[in-house]
Ligand binder design. Structure first.
Ligand code: PEP
Ligand code: MG
Length: 314
């Protein structure tokens, strides 16, 4: 059958044969959130809470946090929102949590590791998130950044559930989290891939350094093969796996991710319409074929070309 020349996103992410893939927004502030809802986001897949505190020289009060989160959540009443706990350190320095003098901050005490050093800070944040969730009426999940081991995931899940969080997830940004995903998925409700950091740590290439940008290309077959492993683990566990890194914003790569078993894609809101249109124009079998073609390639450019060829087939 002929595919229409231009498929459109009608506000519900799905492939041409009706396989649903939630199209969500990445946000860091209340204005971002208002724009995302206007752009038609089905929810928020990544609320980067640290952007409320960049430059803060002391921890914001529980009340200030509650209010800042409430303003971000409010436009999404009744819709899913994934709030990430503080991901301080390395590319997101926050003065009140800075670990002075680390030789390699990207490999240092950052993300959830900081939460384990400052349990009180994490607990106050979790409390403020739960309070804001109740006020806003958004359907809130909470996830931790930079989780490397099942023990860390279990520690966070227990902490979050004790604070009253109902749906707990972790980000998959470190290769060991992919390789131990079966055990991680035993203790959390979902996982969400941060492809920016997963590429950085898989290729051993600084995400902020232009000179190694070819290595952190999200079409790197090494990265795609890790995502295949993760898709299989999530499928076996029957739990959702989302992607909230830049990879989700590339329409062709988004189709490949769906082919690998990803169930939601979160991106900066301008990418929602192009990604939605791409998915609406291909069926799930085509996404799977595109994924297979990309996985068989040896280089990012070849992976992209092979996937595009597959996606253009009728
Ligand atoms: C990522 O690492 O891909 C991600 C989504 O988180 P951030 O970019 O905030 O580190
Ligand atoms: Mg990250």
């Amino acid at each position: 059958a002929d595919r229409p020349p231009e498929a459109h996103w009608d506000g519900v992410g799905r492939t041409s044969d009706g396989h649903q893939v939630a199209l969500l927004a990445n946000v860091g502030s209340a204005p971002d959130s208002a724009e995302a809802v206007r752009a038609g986001a089905e929810g928020i897949g990544l609320f980067r809470t640290e952007f409320c505190y960049l430059g803060a020289t002391r921890e914001p009060s529980a009340q200030d946090q509650h209010e800042a989160y409430r303003r971000v959540l409010a436009p999404f009443r009744g819709k899913p929102v994934v709030v990430r706990t503080l991901d301080a350190g390395a590319d997101k320095p926050i003065p009140f949590l800075d670990q002075h003098g680390e030789p390699n901050p990207a490999l240092g005490v950052r993300g959830l590791r900081l939460g384990r050093v400052h349990e009180d800070v994490l607990d106050r944040q979790l409390g403020a998130i739960v309070a804001a969730a109740t006020d806003s009426g958004a359907v809130v999940s909470v996830m931790a950044p930079m989780v490397a081991t099942p023990a860390e995931a279990a520690w966070f899940a227990a902490r979050a559930r004790a604070a009253g969080v109902e749906r707990v997830g972790v980000m998959v940004e470190v290769p060991s989290a992919v390789l131990t995903a079966d055990e991680i998925l035993d203790v959390v409700d979902f996982v969400s891939v941060g492809t920016n950091d997963l590429a950085q740590y898989t290729l051993a290439a600084d995400r902020q350094l232009g000179a190694v940008a070819q290595l952190t290309d999200p079409w790197q077959p090494g990265l795609l093969r890790l995502l295949r492993l993760l898709g299989r683990s999530a499928g076996a566990a029957g739990k959702p796996v989302g992607v909230c890194g830049e990879a989700a914003a590339d329409p062709d790569l988004a189709a490949v991710l769906v082919g690998l078993g990803v169930s939601s894609l979160s991106m900066n809101h301008p990418a929602l319409a192009p990604v939605g249109a791409r998915l609406a124009g291909v069926d799930l079998a085509r996404c799977r074929a595109a994924a297979e073609a990309a996985l068989a390639a040896a280089e990012p450019s070849a992976a992209r070309a092979a996937a595009r060829l597959e996606l253009a087939r009728r």
